[in-house]
Each structure stands twice: as C-alpha cells, then as structure tokens.
Write a protein of this length. Structure first.
Length: 339
C-alpha cells in the first residue's frame, strides 16, 4: 500500500471506492461481532479483523491491488477526520471538574509513559519510528494516536505494524486483567475508574473495562481518559515541529508547523466547551466519528504483517509488555496521589 499517493490515484473516486466499501463492510461485520461479544470494543474488533484479513494470501492480493487506494485513504484521511470529531467528546469544563491534582497527575502519567516507552524502544533498538509510535499509542489513545502520529512523521507501514498489534493486544488484555486486580489492590469503584482511565489505551477499551464497576467508575474513567486524549494535540504538534526542522536538511517536503487535523481537534474541543450543541448533533458526530475511526483502524490492521512481526518482533513485544506494566504502575500511583 502507498498511502501518500492517494491523492494522485488514477481514476479518482472510482479507484478509491472499492477499498472504502470494503472498509465500511468490515465495520458492519465488526459491529456484528461486537454484539455477540460485547466485552471486546468495536474499534478493537476492527483492528483484529483487519489483522486477520491482512494475513490471508487471497485477501492480501486484493489489499495490495484494487483495494489499496481506498484502504490507504481510510488509514490516513478518515483517521484524521475521526480524530477531529473525537474532540467533540471533550469539554474543558469536564477536565476542570477533575480538580488540579487529578488533572496534573494525569498529564504526568502521559508524559512519563510516553518518555519511558520511547526510551525503552530506543534501548531495545527498535527500528525507524517504532519507538515514537509505541510511545504515542500506549501513552495517549491507542491505535488512533498511532495513526495520527504516523501521518505527521511520515512513518513507514512496516513501522506501524508492531505498535498497532501491540496496543491492541495489551489494551484487550487490560479488559480482563485490571478487573481481576480491582479488589486485591483495595480500590473503591471511583479509584478503579480513575485507574482504568489513566492506564488503559483506547477509549473503547476504557469503557469495556470501567463499566464493570458501575456508572460512577465509568464516568470518572471517561473524563480521565479524554484528558489523556487532550495530550494528543501538543505531543503531535511537537513531533511536527521536530519533523519540520529535520526536513530542512533533506529534500523532503516540510510538514506544516501545526497539522491541520490537530488544529481541527483543538477547535472541536473549544466548540464543545463554549457552544451549546444539541444532543442530536453530538450524537450524530459521535456516530460518524466511530464509523470513520473504525474504518481507519481496520485499514491500519490490514497493514500488519504478523509473520514478519513474529519472526523479528520479539523486542517490540517485550517493549510493549514493559510499557503496559509501566503505565499501569504510573496510573495506580496517580490514583493514590489524587486520593
């Protein structure tokens, strides 16, 4: 697949349509699976389905052929639009409601998790952009963050494969592992929700995990999680600045100082905070955002080469597991500080 060539794909929308239709159909199939197995979030199912489809020789041929332009568009453009709409979930009023201690401890968890995961990736000599993508996905919001960061730093598809697979694996494990540790750790329902929001990767995985402790735990988990999502804007913007400076010494086209989708994400947060939007509008935006991210995550999953990852990705797996433990520990520390 060649995502950077989508705009110049021969045939325009005619070339894009097959891949877009397949990605949309995959969302429908994933929704059916999610209804049967509701404990696994829809977006996680989409990633897993994409990974499975991407390993089959028959479907791989189509993914690399006629479906490639539409799949590439889903992975890049639809991902960015979905991230913008994700901003409508977050109101600064809700963030302020956490209190300063919880807010700053959540920001600290993101920054320490990001730095720690990046350093682990460098220590284990992961190739290319893998350390950065792993750090972004694990510290902020899973595969969505990986897709957003990959577009800014022009990461290769091969660099995205391991981070996407690992953030899906570890986030899914969290759905089962964290509830098992809830009572042994002596956490009440609100503390458990805080821990989940600060330590689980994807928004859907947070919902699936926190809802087991009731509506109070789910509410705090979502606000804490969306506060972590808020950190996507500054971290991606910093990466864009670094990439822009690096491109000065190369022949590569310089990226924008602030990526357009990051500006849109911030604008959406401000709209959600200061403009009284009807519930119908928010509901429609939420539904569209879910569909767009689901299509994008299926496309990203389809780009994962498990055979290559299993033969050469043992270091990536170790970094992912260590990062997962690091983030869970940092999040638990934040819970005790806030308590």
């Amino acid at each position: 697949m060649t995502p950077t060539r989508v705009a110049a794909a021969p045939g325009g929308w005619r070339a894009l349509t097959p891949g877009l239709l397949v990605a949309a159909a995959a969302v429908g199939v994933s929704a059916g699976i999610h209804l049967v197995v509701p404990v696994v979030p829809l977006l996680t199912v989409c990633v897993i389905l994409g990974i499975v489809v991407g390993q089959l020789p028959v479907t791989r041929a189509f993914l690399d052929g006629v479906l490639a332009p539409g799949i590439a568009l889903s992975a890049r453009r639809l991902m960015r639009i979905g991230v913008v709409l994700l901003g409508l979930k977050l109101s600064l009023v809700d963030v302020a409601g956490l209190g300063w201690v919880t807010f700053f401890s959540t920001v600290a968890v993101v920054l320490l998790a990001f730095s720690g995961t990046w350093l682990l990736g460098k220590l284990f000599r992961l190739p290319g952009s893998e350390p950065l993508l792993l750090a972004t996905g694990f510290a902020i919001c899973g595969a969505s963050a990986i897709g957003a960061m990959a577009g800014v730093v022009r990461a290769k598809n091969s660099d995205q494969a391991a981070p996407i697979a690992l953030v899906t694996l570890c986030g899914t494990l969290a759905i089962f592992v964290l509830p098992a540790l809830w009572h042994p750790l002596g956490l009440d329902t609100i503390e458990f929700g805080h821990w989940v929001g600060a330590g689980v990767h994807d928004v859907g995985q947070v919902v699936a995990t926190a809802q087991l402790a009731g509506s109070g735990a789910l509410a705090i988990a979502l606000v804490v999680k969306l506060t972590r999502v808020l950190m996507l804007a500054p971290i991606v913007a910093v990466a864009a600045v670094v990439e822009r400076r690096r491109s000065v010494t190369t022949t590569a086209k310089r990226p924008p100082l602030v990526p357009l989708f990051v500006a849109g994400f911030i604008a959406a947060i401000l709209v959600r905070t200061f403009v009284p939007l009807p519930d119908e509008v928010l509901g429609a935006a939420d539904g569209l955002q879910t569909v767009l991210l689901a299509m994008a995550l299926f496309a990203l999953g389809a780009g994962v080469n498990l055979r290559r990852m299993l033969t050469t990705g043992s270091r990536s797996l170790l970094v992912g597991l260590l990062s997962w433990i690091l983030i869970a520990g940092l999040a638990l520390t934040a819970v005790h500080i806030a308590g």
